[in-house]
Design a protein around this ligand. Structure first.
Ligand code: FES
Length: 120
């Protein structure tokens, strides 16, 4: 069943909205024109993962000879960082950045009729 969360205008890009639906707390995220929803429970020890900061993937960079030149931020791959112990999850998938078997519980998000809906 779909639940109306808010208007897209009420969820600016880069923001999260924490709501409770059917006694389940979820975080609804917007990144540009993409929306994601996860249960606000970290698979590590149950922390409020969706309330953590978002940070871009950090990538090492190399020159043509393969020598390390520094690092860059990949804002196309934002991470959610659990505030309790720092587990990081890909915003697009909810998967832990180092172990894809560890993941946030995801819910489908639909944008229609001027609303952001989450199916639960
Ligand atoms: S509870 Fe989220 S990292 Fe430990």
């Amino acid at each position: 069943m779909e639940h109306l969360i808010c208007s897209p205008d009420d969820l600016p890009t880069g923001e999260v909205r924490i709501v409770t639906v059917n006694a389940i707390e979820i975080g609804v995220f917007r990144q540009g024109d993409e929306y994601f929803a996860y249960q606000n429970v970290c698979p590590h020890q149950g922390g409020p993962a969706c309330e953590g900061m978002r940070t871009p993937q950090i990538e090492d960079t190399f020159d043509a000879k393969g020598l390390f030149t520094g690092q860059r931020l990949d804002e196309d791959d934002m991470h959610i960082v659990c505030p309790w112990h720092g587990y990081e999850f890909h915003l697009r998938t909810g998967e832990h950045v180092r172990d894809s078997k560890v993941r946030l519980r995801r819910f489908p998000v639909t944008i229609r009729d001027g609303g952001v809906y989450v199916a639960m």
